[in-house]
Ligand binder design. Structure first.
Ligand code: ADP
Ligand code: MG
Length: 559
């Protein structure tokens, strides 16, 4: 279709008003254009967080020389032309807004050639106006270069975060499009370093390998829904490979990357009872459904969609994931049971002692200190049973140990006396583009906690020393969780607490681990000395306390 300016009545119907919010929005729009042009190869380059330069090159259809200038007019698009098309949008773009919006806030160069043309064209725009136009030879495809973004918009420039943060947004955009379009070869250079490349094999697993690493690529479970209208396909992690935030749930609707609380809920519902509190699955799911079943014209950045039948979409996703989890090999589900055990069973067990009128729990923070306790035994290899002058205590061994380690690590850090342990064999760490950005942002902080990490090629690092408290099993997994925790913006706690919390959680004794009497006594002794022994660093109780008075009441000895 040729590029035409949309009629005013059609413009009035589109959810227009797109603003270029940050460099990653530019990358998103340009990559969407390349995908709409059916490119099989898309290279993205950014410098200085995208402020200095963003360059997107593709080998797609190109723009005919006669239409290049028109492409920069507002509401000029080749993708829809009448009202009916609005109900049937199969392209990622459709409003003809991106190129003009970008050209208003930056200097833009475009070089493009459609295959039918004999020569390509080149255009240079400043403040939205064409200042140079010429013919230039090139291979079919398009390259858009955006320079000095927001230079004349200091207010918007001011709102941008650090280069690393902007880079991580860009990496995030690219990662998602690479997942959605596994048949396309993507590459991303951030400040001249290759941050991501996908092979374009058509297999999502290959992209998962590039972004999330080999283990997830090998172990993620295939999802294939049964619904023939709302088709659900993709990969989900076994519960044992869950992450600590929701950044790893990616949904695509007809391969458009969308943010959808509805779909997130559907996925989490499917994992109900399988994940520990605070853990979230890795999900890469595409839902393909007839165009008329979904409205993509609801949000200026096109990142939200509205399903005509929301319940049906929810149910199809939940069902498809449940089926995938049910097909999981036994070995994996067994470890899952152990992992999900403490929190759920803890909550269930607590119900038998809690009466509505008089709660049996001592409110966690009301009495900070602990009296001297005598260990009596271990229940379900998970809880330490102890008695004290005030009655019976059931102590969650993992939560208690977490509290102890958390306070110890923080105290060492504040005295600048963190103990580190050198590793006999350095461990190689392969980071995803997103993880790498968080790592870069927090590098100094990690050093303060005793990590020694050296660069070792593209997105690879060598881990030479770790904090002394760290259990040396699953270190890599521990570091990933730590980076997730640092990236989590919902959680407003200071970075040092985030690090201490992750280290404590990773290193604490697990639920299900048998402890000797001496080990239990030592654990309780250390807990008695903690500043806040009654909660774990996440704020959950470390113990249930049944007072002598309550015991007497329960047994009808007193009224
Ligand atoms: P939209 O994508 O909503 O149509 P844009 O402003 O992003 O609006 O692009 C305007 C038009 O320019 C598109 O409709 C398309 O015809 C053309 N175009 C933009 N980028 C490319 C590209 N990389 N390859 C081919 N054509 C492109
Ligand atoms: Mg577009």
């Amino acid at each position: 279709m040729t590029i035409k300016v949309l009629a005013p009545d059609l413009v009035a119907r589109i959810a227009a008003g797109e603003v270029v919010e940050r460099p990653a929005s530019v990358v998103k729009e340009l990559v969407e254009n390349s995908l709409d042009a059916e490119a099989s190869q898309i290279s993205v380059e950014a410098q200085d967080g995208g402020i200095d330069l963003i360059k997107v090159s593709d080998n797609g259809a190109g723009i005919p020389a006669s239409e290049v200038e028109l492409a920069f007019h507002r509401y000029a698009t080749s993708k829809i032309s009448n009202l009916d098309d609005l109900d049937n949008i199969s392209s990622l773009g459709f409003r003809g807004e991106a190129l003009p919006s970008i050209a208003t806030v930056a200097e833009v160069e475009i070089s493009t050639k459609a295959s039918a043309d004999t020569i390509g064209s080149y255009l240079y725009l400043r403040k939205g106006n064409v200042v140079r136009k010429e013919n230039r030879a090139r291979s079919p495809g398009t390259t858009v270069t955006v320079r000095r973004l927001f230079r004349y918009f200091p207010a918007r420039l001011k709102f941008l975060k650090s280069v690393n943060t902007e880079n991580s947004h860009i990496a995030n955009v690219l990662s998602h499009y690479a997942l959605a379009f596994p048949e396309v070869r993507f590459s991303l250079l951030l400040d001249k370093r290759l941050s991501l490349h996908s092979v374009g094999s058509g297999d999502v697993r290959d992209v998962v390998n590039q972004i999330y690493g080999l283990e997830l690529a090998q172990k993620m479970l295939r999802v294939e829904g049964r619904d023939t209208i709302i088709k659900v396909n993709g990969l989900v992690s076994p519960p044992a490979l869950a992450r600590s935030n929701r950044n790893y749930l990616s949904f695509f609707v007809n391969r458009r990357w969308v943010r959808s609380p509805l779909l997130v809920r559907a996925a989490e519902e499917a994992y109900h009872g399988l994940l520990m509190d605070g853990k979230h699955p890795v999900v890469v799911i595409n839902i393909s459904l007839p165009m008329e079943e979904v409205d993509v014209n609801v949000h200026p950045t096109k990142a939200e969609v509205k399903f005509r039948h929301e319940q049906a979409a929810f149910a199809s996703v939940e069902e498809a994931i449940k089926e995938a989890l049910a097909r999981m090999p036994m070995a994996t589900s067994a470890t899952t049971m152990v992992m999900s055990f403490p929190v759920t069973s803890h909550q269930q067990q607590s119900t038998w002692v809690v009466s509505e009128k008089e709660p049996t729990f001592v409110a966690p923070l009301s009495i900070p200190g602990l009296p001297i306790l005598r260990v009596m035994g271990q229940l379900s290899n998970t809880y330490v049973i102890a008695e004290g002058p005030e009655g019976l205590y059931l102590i969650d061994q993992h939560a208690a140990h977490e509290r102890i380690l958390f306070e110890r690590v923080l105290a060492q850090w504040s005295r600048q006396e963190v103990e580190a342990q050198g590793l006999l064999q350095p461990i190689t760490l392969e980071l995803s583009p997103g993880e790498e950005q968080i790592f870069q942002t927090n590098r100094e902080n990690l050093v303060q906690f005793g990590f020694t990490i050296e660069p070792f090629g593209s997105r690879s690092y060598l881990l030479r020393a770790v904090p002394a408290v760290v259990a040396t099993t699953d270190i890599v997994e521990g570091i990933r969780t730590l980076l997730d925790n640092l990236a989590n913006k919902e959680n407003m706690i200071p970075w040092e607490e985030k690090i201490a919390e992750s280290l404590a959680c990773h290193s604490a004794i697990r639920a299900g681990q048998q402890l000797s009497k001496e080990e239990m006594s030592e654990l309780i002794k250390q807990l008695e000395q903690a500043k806040q022994p009654r909660t774990c660093p996440h704020g959950r109780p470390t113990m249930i306390h049944l007072s002598s008075h309550q015991l007497e009441k329960e047994f009808g000895r007193v009224s």
